[in-house]
Ligand binder design. Structure first.
Ligand code: C5P
Length: 402
């Protein structure tokens, strides 16, 4: 059970008779080396006392969102950041309904929204409630949102019914929690990512560029590093902090980005082109600032930039190569043709004509396009989408021969 040593587990306990087993679960998690903090909902507190849970976890139990005293200690945002894993056991039908709809009307649901940690839910309810189409719909929605559903098991229930809806046993939940911290998916692999815009100088003071913020590429770099990879980020000019554990190489122009990419790609296992590379650059860069003349029209002569990702995928020993297709129309057909034309393994397609996603936004909504087919991911923050994308890349890589 060493995989749980020093892991921060936020255990949410909602209202259900299985809450009595959460005491044993707390004990088992602490016994396996985890740091456990408990959030008890109002309904949960009808089944088990905070005192029991405090004694077993060794930490004060969190019960209210709007408690000034609690906020003085570990406030809800701190708690959300603290967690490496959020486990809700037992999870009632009501809690699942609220979580699946993104509600934040108590401390536990708020923490789930505010945290980037994986959320694992151990449903526990009467078999008819579990089978109810509304609960099933909520469970499916949660799964589609990336929430892990652990259980329920089937068997005899506290109410006398027999069927699905039993919370998994504490020992099983501890085992699943340990597995959730299994070997990082990209351990031992090298990942090279391009991010941000490029700047193509016209003269010493002017340049051609675009609105790329670099957020998606940076989020991917952070997620890859978290997944255990050795990450190098080739970055155009952006105002973002380098993610922890990531090596950053700063470049300005597409040609500089190409040089860095061709140097790093051959020793990389994965190459992700998230940069918005300028398609053209001025034929020549003026030595001095270009002066305003009498003429109304000014012509710029541009020359095509090299295609960085296509150059990488043309390498004899090429990494698993992932590109982006930011399009304003016919998104999927453009993405498919990019997959072929640039000889990529995977294209992450997004519609940048939609407001609130894509360029310069904090959210994105993408479809993965590969020879295996299309796979649409729900709209999400770039941060959490990056984790899903890294998971998917790792998965596809292991099924491809590279
Ligand atoms: O051709 P387009 O710019 O739409 O292709 C997008 C994908 O190709 C992105 O992954 C982008 O990083 C990459 N790209 C590149 N070098 C270029 C143009 C695009 O690596 N010159």
């Amino acid at each position: 059970m060493h995989r749980l040593t020093n892991r921060n587990i936020l255990l949410g306990i909602t209202g259900g008779i299985a809450a009595y087993k959460s005491a044993e679960l707390t004990r088992a998690l602490v016994g396996a080396g985890a740091n456990v903090r408990i959030v008890l909902t109002a309904a949960g507190a009808e089944f088990i006392t905070p005192l029991t849970l405090q004694a077993l976890s060794g930490n004060p139990v969190h019960q209210s969102l709007l408690d000034p005293e609690a906020e003085q200690g570990m406030g809800h945002i701190e708690l959300a950041r603290w967690a490496d894993l959020i486990l809700i056991a037992p999870a009632s039908a009501d809690f699942m309904a609220r979580l699946s709809h993104g509600m934040a009307n108590d401390l536990l649901t708020t923490l789930c929204l505010a945290s980037d940690a994986p959320i694992c839910v151990a449903p526990a309810m009467n078999q008819a409630m579990w089978r109810d189409p509304r609960t099933q719909e909520n469970a499916q929605r949660l799964a589609a949102q990336g929430v892990h559903l652990w259980g329920p098991g089937a068997g005899e229930q506290a109410c006398g019914d027999v069927g699905p809806g039993r919370m998994l046993e504490p020992a099983e939940l501890v085992q699943l929690a340990a597995e959730a911290f299994g070997e990082p998916r990209l351990k031992g692999l090298r990942v090279c990512i391009t991010a941000g815009p490029t700047r193509e100088a016209l003269d010493p003071v002017r340049y051609i560029s675009n609105h790329s913020s670099g957020k998606m590429g940076y989020a991917l770099a952070a997620a890859a590093a978290k997944a255990g990879a050795e990450v190098v980020l080739i970055s155009g000019p952006v105002s973002l902090e380098t993610p922890a554990g990531v090596q950053r190489v700063n470049v300005e122009t597409a040609e500089q980005m190409l040089v860095a990419a061709l140097e790093l790609a051959p020793s990389s296992d994965i190459f992700i082109g998230a940069a918005a590379v300028a398609d053209y650059r001025p034929v020549a860069v003026a030595d001095q600032k270009i002066k305003k003349g009498q003429e109304e029209l000014m012509e710029l002569r541009l020359v095509k930039n090299p295609d960085i990702i296509a150059s990488v995928s043309a390498l004899p020993e090429r990494p698993f190569t992932v590109g982006f297709a930011a399009e304003t129309e016919n998104v999927l057909s453009h993405a498919r043709s990019k997959l072929q034309r640039k000889n990529l393994d995977l294209v992450i397609a997004n519609d940048v004509s939609q407001s609130g996603i894509g360029f310069n936004a904090d959210e994105n909504e993408v479809t993965l396009v590969s020879t295996a087919g299309d796979f649409k991911l729900p709209r999400d923050s770039k941060h959490s989408l990056a984790q899903t994308l890294i998971e998917q890349i790792a998965k596809q890589m292991s099924t491809n021969e590279h």
